[in-house]
Ligand binder design. Structure first.
Ligand SMILES: Nc1ncnc2c1ncn2[C@@H]1O[C@H](COP(=O)(O)OP(=O)(O)OP(=O)(O)O)[C@@H](O)[C@H]1O
Ligand SMILES: [Mg+2]
Length: 289
């Protein structure tokens, strides 16, 4: 694995077997900077159905973890490129330049907040998908190979994904160790969930360790009876994975227009409270669970 110093960008290759799973401290041979070395926990926020809160959850989970002092890389694998918009930043490069090796990892990422970096998505990812499609061999490992040099620089890598099912979605499933599924509390979304789980099991044949880690109910509206029934169903089917729901909160839909996370835009809102609880749950659970 390649280890890159976060201060001066000096890289060196270290045998994977020599990298401890627990945190160790590395001395940069070039500038002497000391930095912790451990592989980031990688959490992919995924569901083929559109508009279920994937981007809202990715951005606010990443921002909430960063506020807790974790070093976080948010990766946008969607051509819509909304993560940058939600954070109110305009990076000139992102995931495309990393995958095509036009830029070094340290130049492809963009510092969006304290402790929070973004590997931006956007239209150019369409070319990346074509590139993956054209590979005769190993196309599904493209993202894994590209993110490897960044893994030791962060505590968390949070991956936002696009609706639908495309070569990048498959890459995300071959990369992430933990999967978080936002389920909007409406009947249609349960149908979407069962279809997604079928597709996931086709990946599981090749990568046994991939599985659902967190199921996050979104758009919970306590005034309506139906969402409560769906939530109960989910609790029965996925008792270990179900998280506390994210309530419907208009502040969450307003914040992106100001380029702010929910913690910046409305820190006392139900949306901020619910995402804080999700951050806590993620921090308290082990990546091996
Ligand atoms: N809990 C919530 N309460 C109110 N509005 C929300 C909530 N979560 C998300 N939204 C709003 O719903 C819309 C869809 O959310 P979001 O973009 O996060 O979904 P998505 O799954 O990423 O969509 P896509 O599949 O298109 O990528 C956005 O306008 C967002 O601001
Ligand atoms: Mg999205």
């Amino acid at each position: 694995m390649e280890i890159t110093c976060p201060k001066c960008g000096f890289s060196r290759t270290v045998d994977d077997a020599k990298i401890p799973s627990k945190k160790a401290v590395v001395h940069c041979k070039s500038c002497g900077h000391k930095f912790p070395l451990a592989r980031a926990r990688s959490i992919a926020v995924l569901l083929s159905k559109g508009g279920v809160g994937k981007t809202t959850t990715s951005v606010n989970l990443a921002a909430g973890l960063a506020l807790e002092g974790q070093r976080v890389l948010l990766v946008d694998t969607d051509t819509q490129g909304q993560d940058a918009y939600m954070l109110g930043v305009k990076p000139k490069a992102g995931l495309t330049e990393l995958v095509t090796k036009e830029l070094k990892p340290k130049d492809a990422i963009f510092k969006a907040r304290d402790n929070l970096w973004l590997l931006a998505g956007g239209k150019s990812l369409a070319g990346v998908k074509r590139m993956i499609d054209r590979k005769d061999f190993g196309g599904e490992m493209t993202l894994t190979e590209s993110l490897a040099p960044l893994e030791t620089q962060f505590d968390f890598i949070i991956i936002d994904s696009s609706p639908g099912w495309d070569p990048l979605t498959v890459n995300v499933l071959f990369y992430a160790k933990e999967i978080l599924i936002p389920v909007s509390l409406e009947v249609m979304s349960l149908q979407g969930l069962s279809e997604f789980i079928k597709s996931l099991s086709s990946i599981k044949k090749y990568r046994k360790e991939v599985g659902i880690k967190y199921m996050v109910p979104t758009f919970m509206d306590e005034r309506i009876k139906n969402p409560g029934e769906i939530l109960e169903k989910l609790r029965k089917i996925y008792p270990q994975h179900i998280c506390e729901p994210i309530r419907y909160n208009v502040r969450l839909s307003e914040a992106p227009a100001y380029g702010m996370t929910i913690f910046e835009y409305a820190g006392g809102s139900p949306g901020a409270t619910d995402y804080k609880a999700l951050v806590k749950r993620v921090l308290e659970s082990d990546d091996e669970e």
